[in-house]
Design a protein around this ligand. Structure first.
Ligand SMILES: [Zn+2]
Length: 496
């Protein structure tokens, strides 16, 4: 019987980190039917991959595609900014927030045409919001029991694990351990936005490891980094903690940029945000006396992040007074100090920014480390709409092309593994992440020499070069660097 699709004479990277080999890949239905040299084989569609590399479709373990406030798969299901990088599976629900209820959301997404496979984590913050009425105090025993029930329900409705956000001081380690225990009982993982990525980063990494150890589940540290000058000298110790944790399965994910993308309130120290929460919310910063008291701490925090020239506004909706401007520029236009401007914009709401708060040498060491995989921390984006972080368009080609091939931080088999099999293993994603007979035919065919990101901070809405073809569940989704109209992505549920 002829194949539905035959990809001929590709350099095949199978996702395991093994050296490439020359071969053909035969696809039947949604699966890889055969891998090897198959001359004179019949197929309904051939793609000549001579001179090109073939790899498993990339898996993004850290994505925010669920987030309706920031685009969101329900609003822009056909966004192709991730697909065009070669990404065939997105894992959303990161950073402590997810849709709720899970089952309803996944059903709604599965009724849409989507451009990649879509898997979900449940957010600890989301579970907590269902069970704890006041957000600024520790959860009671009863509330933790409720969270555990909801976590179990989320697992049974198909999530792959639980994420935490930058949780505040009133969320105890014990609370997360207890909720994680039920995630562990169903074979899920814990992805951790650790409590602190700045001066307290070592304690925070230690806490994530403790949660994994005590609850008995694998840990993925989200966008592992050293944020701001107070953390820059701690990179080796962070990696040392990961290496020494032989009783926890721990990994990190990382995007290949030295700038983060976050709400402007990230420039307000967490202690002040927590105090504001106790006083009834961020609006309490309007109180002139208290504002006067906290301004120096905000100023210091801005300096830690590199100063007001280092913060670039990137609101999700076009906003001419802010788009692409620095905090220094906007403050000047307002005739106010940077710290007062931060408060004003935090109160306005919906203002996000790009902060160049990381160091290139640390980024390289994180990316290259054997326990670190690639993850975009990105979103779906409507081309040309608003400002955004270039990672939404460039993460995978940049990590592989710029840091691997050009920067020689790792060889091509390792780069591909960090983009594919490593994430599939971590998330327990069945049947994906490898070029193997019987696996789903999620494949990317790219030009090894030409693969390059083109998205920049000034012009983020730019597709990468060199991603020639993408096959998704057996269907051609990108043809010669053009997105085809078909939508072949699926909702992935754990256990299916
Ligand atoms: Zn994130």
């Amino acid at each position: 019987m002829p194949f539905d699709l035959l990809l001929r004479r590709a350099r095949i990277y199978d996702g395991s980190g093994a050296q490439p080999f020359l071969g053909d890949v035969g696809v039947e239905g949604d699966r890889i039917a055969a891998v090897g040299l198959m001359p004179n084989t019949e197929a309904r569609l051939f793609i000549d991959c001579q001179g090109l590399a073939l790899a498993p479709g990339f898996i993004d373990p850290h994505n925010h595609a669920h987030n309706e406030a920031e685009g969101g798969i329900l609003n822009i299901p056909q966004a192709d900014n991730m697909l065009r990088q070669g990404v065939t599976t997105l894992v959303a629900g990161n950073c402590g927030g997810s849709p709720w209820p899970i089952g309803e959301h996944l059903d709604a997404v599965s009724r849409l045409g989507i451009k990649q496979n879509y898997a979900l984590l449940v957010g600890h913050g989301t579970l907590r919001a269902q069970c704890v009425t006041e957000h600024n105090r520790p959860a009671t025993t009863d509330e933790i029991a409720q969270m555990r029930n909801l976590a179990l329900r989320a697992m049974d409705e198909g999530v792959f694990g639980m994420s935490t956000g930058y949780f505040p001081s009133w969320v105890t380690t014990d609370e997360i351990v207890q909720v994680s225990e039920v995630i562990a009982s169903r074979g899920g993982i814990y992805t951790s936005h650790i409590r602190n990525e700045s001066a307290g980063v070592l304690e925070a990494v230690g806490e994530a490891l403790e949660i994994g150890r005590r609850a008995g589940l694998p840990v993925l540290i989200s966008h592992i980094k050293t944020w701001g000058a107070l953390a820059w000298d701690k990179k080796d110790q962070i990696l040392g903690l990961l290496e020494a944790a032989d009783d926890v399965e721990v990994h990190g994910d990382r995007y290949p940029y030295t700038a983060c993308f976050t709400g402007v309130s990230a420039l307000i120290p967490s202690g002040v945000v927590e105090e504001a929460s106790r006083r009834g919310g961020l609006a309490s910063l309007r109180d002139p006396d208290w504002q006067l008291e906290v301004l120096p701490a905000i100023r210091e925090h801005i300096e830690t992040a590199g100063g007001p020239e280092n913060v670039f506004f990137a609101p999700l909706e076009p906003s001419p007074d802010l788009d692409g401007k620095t905090l220094a520029e906007v403050a000047e236009a307002h005739g106010a100090s940077p710290e007062k401007t931060v408060i004003a914009l935090a109160l306005r709401g919906g203002v996000s920014c790009i902060i160049h708060a990381m160091r290139e040498d640390n980024l390289r060491d994180f990316l290259a480390h054997r326990l670190v995989m690639f993850g975009s921390d990105g979103h779906l984006r409507r081309p040309g709409h608003g400002q955004c972080h270039p990672r939404n368009y460039g993460t995978f080609p940049r990590a592989i092309g710029r840091y691997g091939r050009d920067g020689r931080l790792f060889d091509m088999p390792t780069a591909i593994r960090k983009a594919t099999g490593m994430a599939a293993d971590k998330l327990r994603l069945a049947g994906r992440g490898y070029v193997r007979q019987g696996y789903f035919a999620d494949l990317v065919i790219f030009d090894e020499e030409g693969l390059l990101d083109t998205a920049t901070f000034k012009q983020p809405h730019q597709y990468p070069r060199g991603v020639k073809y993408v096959v998704l569940n057996g269907h051609l989704a990108v043809d010669n660097e053009r997105t085809l109209p078909g939508c072949y992505g699926r909702v992935l549920r754990r256990g299916e």
